[in-house]
Design a protein around this ligand. Structure first.
Ligand SMILES: Cc1cc2nc3c(=O)[nH]c(=O)nc-3n(C[C@H](O)[C@H](O)[C@H](O)COP(=O)(O)OP(=O)(O)OC[C@H]3O[C@@H](n4cnc5c(N)ncnc54)[C@H](O)[C@@H]3O)c2cc1C
Length: 418
């Protein structure tokens, strides 16, 4: 779908492809090992190549590229699997919050080194009591002079072990309304921030995903995102961050699906059974056709959602498109990777090919960055809002839905029969 991209986007996409293919195989294997060491050199190399946060302003070290270009690049990094793609994406996600809401000092202190690959970022939203119900978060921040004292915990934080700065949401202690009290803090690793558990995961092992506990962690006012003006504005930060949160998942998903489908396609052209190439059996080749169609549809939807953001489409419809992209692409990737393993037969279930690692990785992406159930909740919610403004020519459809019957029409089971 190169015809959807302009020259700058194509150039960025090609640089990302060349970076992804330069990643040593050993690093990918290390990302899946029992004891993971945070892959700082991956971020450093991406920073050296000027590939992190491409849509951020050139003033801070980005490239001022549109979302459509970033989506094209994300597909290339997705090919490496969720661990590395997520570390790349976290710069985009946390960077969005800092660029949009941070003070100039925060941009210089955090965003600039993040884009150089010198500062690893993480985000702490999910708590043990639940991730979907974000505003039910119970981590609190108590004001104490020119600082805040944080208490609480965040679960499933990628980079809990390894990241230098964590964007943490906490409620200002004396504000009873969670939406008004929610505030984003840039917490630097230090005294009081404890990694209590690094999870043993089914896949996506390379990020150092763990549970962080904050026990009387003192965060200076200058680390409140946006400073004094940022107090109580966490809700806006959250909604803004959900765009990169979900688009990065959507973009990476297509890369994962593509990588596995390419392996399966090549394999089916070489593998023989019953005297023919297995691709000559429809049971195999139709899976390839279906997978290709799903990925093309996902890529087109992703591009459309990215273009909507670039063109400043209103928040509601944009949120719907972004959620559709995340939902559709991650479901498509899950099916494509699963079918790719089926095409490979038994060898697909071994670690000879990366498909089994990808299958373990891809299972996650329908769950994180907002589960796909939450995506559907957002999609229908936003559609009902848009729906109110839609106008149908002729009769008002409400008449029929009321159950009272349209003029001159008898409805069986309608009120007049009861
Ligand atoms: C490997 C990994 C890495 C992660 N990385 C991060 C990270 O870096 N930072 C971070 O903050 N979080 C991270 N997460 C957390 C992730 O975003 C959450 O797991 C996810 O949002 C779901 O929250 P939960 O696990 O608490 O499930 P719950 O919210 O408890 O949901 C349980 C089930 O109920 C469903 N459900 C809940 N509410 C509704 C509803 N209203 N309608 C329909 N269904 C509903 C959900 O879809 C789900 O199926 C990560 C998770 C994992 C596993």
């Amino acid at each position: 779908m190169d015809y959807l991209l302009d020259d700058d986007a194509l150039e960025f996409r090609d640089e990302m492809r060349s970076f992804a293919s330069s990643i040593p195989r050993q690093m990918l294997l290390d990302m899946d090992a029992e004891k993971i060491v945070f892959p700082r050199e991956f971020l450093e190399e991406a920073g050296r190549r000027h590939l992190l946060g491409p849509r951020f302003s050139e003033n801070y070290g980005g490239r001022s590229l549109p979302w459509t270009a970033e989506m094209a690049g994300l597909e290339e990094i997705g090919v490496l699997g969720t661990s590395l793609a997520c570390l790349w994406s976290l710069i985009s996600i946390v960077g969005e919050a800092i660029e949009a809401f941070g003070t100039e000092e925060q941009k210089e202190h955090f965003l600039v080194p993040m884009l150089r690959g010198e500062l690893a970022a993480a985000e702490g939203l999910t708590e043990p009591r639940g991730g979907s119900d974000f505003f039910g978060a119970v981590t609190t921040a108590r004001r104490d002079g020119d600082a805040f004292v944080l208490n609480g915990q965040k679960r499933f934080v990628v980079g809990a072990e390894g990241a230098d700065v964590i964007l943490v949401y906490a409620r200002i202690e004396d504000e009873p309304d969670p939406k008004k009290g929610m505030t984003a803090f840039l917490v630097e690793r230090g005294e009081g921030v404890e990694v209590e558990n690094v999870y043993e995961l089914m896949g996506t092992r390379g990020g150092g995903t763990g549970r962080l506990v904050f026990r009387d962690v003192r965060v200076p006012l200058e680390n409140v995102l946006g400073g004094e003006a940022g107090l109580g504005h966490g809700t806006e930060v959250f909604h803004r961050m959900m765009v990169p949160e979900r688009l990065t998942s959507a973009g990476g998903a297509v890369g994962m699906g593509r990588a596995c489908l390419e392996i399966a396609t090549r394999y089916a052209d070489r593998r023989h059974a019953f005297g023919r190439k297995v691709r000559q059996f429809e049971g195999v080749s139709f899976k390839i056709a279906e997978g290709l169609t799903q990925l093309d549809a996902a890529r087109a939807l992703n591009h459309s959602a990215a273009a909507a953001i670039d063109r400043g489409v209103a928040a509601g419809p944009a949120r719907r498109l972004v959620s559709e992209a995340k939902y559709f692409s991650t479901e498509a990737a899950w099916q494509v990777v699963n079918h790719s393993m089926q095409i490979l037969g038994g060898i697909g279930y071994t670690n000879i090919y990366p498909v089994e690692r990808m299958l373990r990785d891809v299972r996650l992406i329908t769950i994180w960055t907002g589960t796909n159930e939450i995506m559907k909740l957002v999609i229908q919610h936003e559609f009902y809002r848009e729906f109110r403004d839609l106008h149908f020519p002729g009769r008002d459809l409400e008449d029929d839905a009321s159950g009272a019957g349209l003029p001159g029409e008898k409805i069986y089971g309608g009120p007049e029969e009861l």
